[in-house]
Design a protein. Structure first.
Lengths: 115, 94
C-alpha cells in the first residue's frame, strides 16, 4: 500500500516536471513574445500544480496537503492574470508580432488610457 | 513512508530535480538573450515557477513541510514582480 502511494506521487511529480520542461523548451523555441507567453503560462501552471499534488501525496500529512492546495489555487488565479497584463503591455508597447500572425496589430496601437 | 527506504525512488526524485534544472537552464537562456523586455519577464516567471516545483520536490524528498511554504511565497513574489514589471512597461515611453 505504501508502494502505491509512492508510485502515484512519483508519477504525478514526473508528469508535472515533464510539463514544465515542455514549457521551458517552448519558451526557448517559439518565435514570438505572445506565443512564448501562452506556452509559459498554461503548461507551467498545470505542471507546477501536478508537482505540488505529487509532493502532498508523497508527504502524506494533512497540513502539507492544505498548504499545497493553497499554493495550487493561488497559482491558478494569479498566472493567467499576470500573463494577461504582460501581453497587454507588450502589445501596447509595440513588440512586433510573428510573421505568421494574421491579426492586424494596428488596433493595439492606442496609448494606455490615463488614470 | 520515508523516501530513503527506497533507493530507486530517491534516484527517480533526483532525476526529476535534474530535469527541472534543465528547464531552468532553457528559460535562463531565454532570459539572457530575449530580444525585448517582455521576453525576459516571461522567462523570469517560468524560472520562478520551476523553482516552486523544485521546492515542492525538495519538501517531499527531505521531508521538510516548511519548504511548501517556500513554494507559496515564491508564487506570491512571482505574481507581484510580474504585475510590477508589466505596470512599469506600460507606463514607460517606448
Amino acid at each position: 500500500m505504501e508502494m502505491v502511494w509512492l508510485i502515484s506521487a512519483l508519477a504525478l511529480a514526473g508528469l508535472g516536471t515533464l510539463l514544465i520542461l515542455l514549457a521551458a523548451v517552448g519558451v526557448l523555441r517559439m518565435p514570438d513574445v505572445y506565443m512564448r507567453m501562452q506556452v509559459a503560462s498554461k503548461a507551467s501552471t498545470l505542471g507546477a500544480a501536478l508537482v505540488l499534488v505529487g509532493a502532498a501525496v508523497g508527504l502524506g500529512d494533512s497540513p502539507a496537503a492544505v498548504r499545497a492546495a493553497v499554493a495550487i489555487v493561488f497559482l491558478c488565479i494569479t498566472t493567467p492574470v499576470g500573463a494577461h497584463l504582460l501581453g497587454r503591455s507588450a502589445a501596447r508597447k509595440g513588440v512586433p508580432f510573428s510573421e505568421e500572425t494574421r491579426r492586424d496589430p494596428a488596433e493595439f496601437d492606442q496609448p494606455a488610457e490615463a488614470e | 513512508m520515508t523516501l530513503s527506504d527506497f533507493p530507486w525512488a530517491l534516484t527517480a526524485a533526483h532525476t526529476l530535480l535534474a530535469v527541472l534544472g534543465a528547464a531552468m537552464v532553457c528559460s535562463a537562456v531565454r532570459l539572457l538573450r530575449g530580444p525585448s523586455l517582455p521576453d525576459r519577464v516571461v522567462a523570469l516567471d517560468l524560472l520562478v515557477i520551476a523553482a516552486v516545483a523544485v521546492a515542492a520536490i525538495l519538501a517531499w524528498v527531505y521531508r521538510q513541510p516548511a519548504l511548501i511554504d517556500l513554494a507559496v511565497l515564491l508564487a506570491l513574489t512571482a505574481f507581484i514582480s510580474t504585475v510590477a514589471l508589466a505596470w512599469y512597461m506600460e507606463r514607460s515611453r517606448p
